[in-house]
Ligand binder design. Structure first.
Ligand SMILES: Cc1cc2nc3c(=O)[nH]c(=O)nc-3n(C[C@H](O)[C@H](O)[C@H](O)COP(=O)(O)OP(=O)(O)OC[C@H]3O[C@@H](n4cnc5c(N)ncnc54)[C@H](O)[C@@H]3O)c2cc1C
Length: 164
């Protein structure tokens, strides 16, 4: 097994939720990310790690404002869409989903998400082949009480009764 496969398998034992990170502006864009984490309560900070090669990388750093939508259990198709490198670009990228522009940042926020955040870039740090992006929360919306979509061992998952 290659080192990368081994790493992916080992990292995949840590269960996460799934988010879509978005930027607005003239050329809106979204990207599926499971590296999201809460960082600080005061000031309220979150982080997401973005691959240097991802289109989102420079877009997010240039724009300085971004949205994060935490996907609900029934939004696996949304996660797949924003991870598909062949998806349309620009506004057409958002055609298959329900969304609204964030009131402060204009970044698209995904409808049906369990939580939506708007952020301003706080700091960014070298994270190897990714950049660690810290965002200062500008707004938050705990939208729905439904379960979140999970990612574990390389597969999308849903909570079941045994894990509640
Ligand atoms: C569950 C899950 C969680 C994820 N979490 C993260 C995360 O936390 N952080 C993260 O950075 N990514 C993450 N990804 C991957 C990310 O969602 C996808 O790579 C997504 O396509 C990136 O979107 P983008 O538009 O920013 O980059 P894209 O433009 O889609 O590029 C993605 C990759 O494809 C390459 N590429 C693009 N077009 C071509 C082409 N024509 N030919 C060859 N190569 C090409 C790019 O160089 C880049 O390496 C995750 C994916 C999944 C499924």
């Amino acid at each position: 097994m290659s080192d990368h496969k081994l790493l992916r398998r080992a990292f995949g034992t840590f269960a996460t939720g799934i988010t879509v990170v978005t930027v607005g502006g003239a050329n809106p864009h979204g990207m599926t990310a499971n590296s999201f984490a809460s960082v600080s309560l005061d000031p309220p900070l979150v982080l997401v790690c973005v691959d240097h090669h991802a289109t989102m990388h420079d877009r997010l750093l240039d724009e300085g404002l971004f949205g994060i939508s935490v996907l609900g259990a029934d939004q696996q198709h949304v996660a797949r869409h924003f991870a598909d490198r062949w998806r349309p670009q620009g506004l057409a990228e958002f055609d298959p989903v329900d969304w609204r522009p964030g009131e402060i940042t204009g970044a698209p926020l995904i409808g049906g998400a369990v939580a939506q955040f708007e952020c301003a870039l706080w700091r960014s740090y070298d994270g190897g082949d990714h950049t660690i992006v810290l965002g200062n929360l500008l707004s938050l919306d705990r939208c729905a009480e439904q379960d979140a979509l999970l990612f574990f061992q390389g597969r999308f998952r849903q909570l079941n009764e045994e894990t509640r």
